[in-house]
Design a protein around this ligand. Structure first.
Ligand code: ZN
Length: 271
């Protein structure tokens, strides 16, 4: 089984083991500040261009940019085990990168900021799960708790994959029932379909050739999905190890397209 985010950028076996915990997660970490309050933003509707006609206007949306820039230098903090509903995994992971060293954490941060800007312009109340790209964590479980506390109407965790270079394309990961998340499995699947369709048509990136079916996968080993009580999906926007995908992921104009496509997914789901 492929290990999420365990690409060449992972500096050693220890980090690779930590990456088994991938992108789920739970709370008691030592992160330096509260992302929930730090980045709660979004002036409701008033300044929005076309906010009146937008389905996201007034909606509470949480965006989780996977990983963090300081994780690699703080293995003790991010390797700490947290309970993810059906077992224990590392608090957080380093993530992958392209062959040219464009990191997943920088990618997810950039797309998240672009997406947040679009949604806020349309009147949504958007919160990111971290306040910058230089911190540590938060744990995957805490990322889920941020959406839970805010009672978000929808949440999206943004990632890019570190799979075999021969594979390419994107996939959306939906939750399976693991205790507390059972009530949000069905709405999360509607969210997953909306995000998949919007991303496919908005970016032209094909469905993953190596994972899932028709751009959709379901997993019970991610804390971010297991511990959520609000509708949530993950998206692996492409495979950073694949040269074709990496070129797109590394392009700022293309990342804007990705963000606009993801915003369209929220529009569909929240309509
Ligand atoms: Zn990731």
């Amino acid at each position: 089984m492929r290990i999420h985010g365990c690409g060449p950028a992972a500096a050693g076996a220890g980090l690779c083991l930590a990456m088994l915990a991938a992108c789920g997660g739970s709370s008691d970490d030592d992160r330096p500040s509260s992302p929930a309050t730090a980045t709660t933003g979004g002036s409701p509707a008033s300044t929005a261009t076309g906010g009146g006609g937008s389905a996201v206007s007034g909606k509470v949306i949480v965006i989780d940019p996977g990983h963090n820039g300081g994780n690699a230098d703080h293995p003790d903090e991010i390797n700490k085990k947290v309970f993810i509903g059906n077992g224990y995994k590392a608090c957080n992971t380093v993530g992958t990168s392209t062959r040219d060293d464009y990191s997943e954490h920088a990618f997810t941060w950039d797309v998240a900021e672009r997406l947040a800007r679009i949604l806020r312009d349309r009147g949504a109340q958007v919160t990111l799960t971290r306040k910058d790209d230089t911190g540590v964590g938060p744990c995957v479980t805490e990322r889920a708790e941020i959406g839970n506390r805010l009672r978000a109407e929808a949440a999206l965790s943004i990632h890019a994959d570190g799979a075999d270079p021969a594979g390419h394309g994107f996939h959306v990961i939906e939750p399976v029932a693991v205790g507390r998340n059972a009530p949000i499995v069905e709405p999360s699947r509607r969210l997953g379909t909306a995000v998949r369709d919007a991303y496919r048509s908005g970016t032209g990136i094909p469905y993953s050739t190596y994972r899932g079916q028709d751009g959709l996968d379901r997993r019970g080993d991610l804390g971010g999905l297991n511990m959520s009580t609000v509708p949530i999906v993950f998206i692996e926007c492409g495979n950073m190890q694949n040269p074709g995908d990496a070129a797109k992921l590394s392009s700022a104009p293309f990342r804007q397209r990705m963000a606009e496509a993801l915003a369209a997914g929220f529009e569909t789901y929240l309509r």
